[in-house]
Design a protein around this ligand. Structure first.
Ligand SMILES: *[C@@H]1O[C@H](CO)[C@@H](O)[C@H](O)[C@H]1NC(C)=O
Ligand SMILES: *[C@@H]1O[C@H](CO)[C@@H](O)[C@H](O)[C@H]1NC(C)=O
Length: 346
């Protein structure tokens, strides 16, 4: 976890409660700074005088320590999905922030899987939701059956298909930073002309095309940090999410489901347990968390404050991390709600 207690350009008193910023699938805390000090959300929040904590979840580049298991050698380390991230990592990160600040609550900002882990936490860990005063969910991923991205569907399908046949720790890790795919794109993207063509096209393929959104230096920075790794089982969890119209737990297959859940089919997470105020900010061209699914989530949340769409018809999933105009297009809404739900510290 990283902390920016006060941004370089903060010239007012720091406000409380602290803010916890959570990244999405296959990225790390690095993603929040890849677009530089004028657009990266970590800089923008800190410069508005919030005590900012930037988390990482198990399995990514920054978060591969374990008391018992060695992620390079022990397959057990990789036996997790966003379910465990929501049940264990989210509460641990929240407790850590609260333990190290004199605050009883925090403002939670979760992007994509960062939103999913929050919903899972509230569903599975009664009491933890109350430690969050307000949640701002950016393009949250929960139900995903309307996901349009063919590339995402292909990748998750691939990992779901190979999962039963693999068993070593190295095979059970998916798309690590320093892995072949990340190294290849990093090398490719170093030349400006290639960054602008090949690397840009890769982003368009993963999500949707958005000309003018991502600068060349940002493309080069992100290719050093993306993908940042997760478990194959986690990718398989996503593959399952792509074809069900509920936000369900992991499907282990009939026999194990009976043991684990007491029923043949995996039960749904309890979205109604998210009883704190939630703001959703979304974009119409998101091909990963589709507007249809996010709209559905908004109808399930008992305490939705606002569902806001960024005023740009081409705004997509990756714009949250990499758009050079984020400060004007998306940040004002985040700033509005952070300000409303905070006060001067002294
Ligand atoms: C937070 O503090 C409590 C009480 O001292 C302690 O039991 C817990 O382990 C701490 N949690 C974290 C994540 O630091
Ligand atoms: C997702 O599920 C809903 C509810 O069953 C259904 O109406 C919708 O067509 C599904 N979407 C896709 C793309 O499969």
């Amino acid at each position: 976890m990283f902390r920016i207690p006060k941004g370089k350009n903060c010239d007012k008193e720091v406000r409380t409660p602290p803010v916890l910023l959570m990244h999405g699938l296959l990225v790390s805390s690095d993603a929040w700074i890849d677009s530089g000090p004028d657009a990266g959300l970590a800089y923008l929040i800190a410069d508005e005088c919030y005590d900012l904590w930037i988390g990482n979840v198990r399995g990514n580049h920054y978060s591969k320590e374990h008391l018992k298991y060695n992620p390079k050698k022990d397959p057990e380390y990789w036996n997790f999905t966003p379910n465990e991230i929501g049940i264990y990592d989210a509460p641990a990160l929240i407790d850590y922030v609260l333990n190290n600040t004199d605050s009883k609550t925090l403002n939670y900002i979760g992007y994509s899987q960062g939103g999913m882990m929050f919903v899972i936490m509230c569903s599975e860990r009664p009491g933890y939701c109350d430690k969050v005063g307000q949640a701002i969910l950016l393009h949250p991923a929960t139900r995903m059956n309307s996901t349009k991205s063919v590339m995402f569907r292909m990748f998750t399908k691939y990992y779901d298909t190979v999962q039963p046949y693999i068993s070593s720790a190295s095979e059970l890790e998916a798309l690590p930073q320093g892995g072949i795919l990340q190294q290849l794109t990093d090398v490719l993207c170093r030349k400006d002309v290639l960054a602008d063509t090949i690397c840009r096209s890769i982003l368009y393929l993963i999500d949707s095309s958005h000309p003018g959104a991502v600068s060349i230096p940002t493309l080069q920075a992100l290719s050093k940090h993306f993908p940042a790794g997760t478990s194959v089982k986690g990718m398989s969890f996503y593959n399952q999410r792509l074809s069900t119209d509920r936000f369900e737990k992991y499907d282990h297959g009939r026999d194990i489901n009976l043991k684990v859940y007491g029923v043949e089919k995996p039960p749904a997470y309890n979205i109604k347990a998210v009883n704190i105020p939630v703001v959703i900010i979304h974009g119409e061209s998101d091909h990963l968390s589709s507007p249809v699914d996010v709209q559905w989530l908004s109808t399930q949340l008992p305490n939705l404050v606002e569902l806001y769409y960024v005023q740009d018809p081409l705004w997509n999933h990756l714009d949250v991390l990499y758009n050079q105009h984020l400060k004007e297009k998306m940040f004002p809404k985040i700033k509005e709600y952070l300000f409303k739900n905070s006060r001067k510290r002294f």
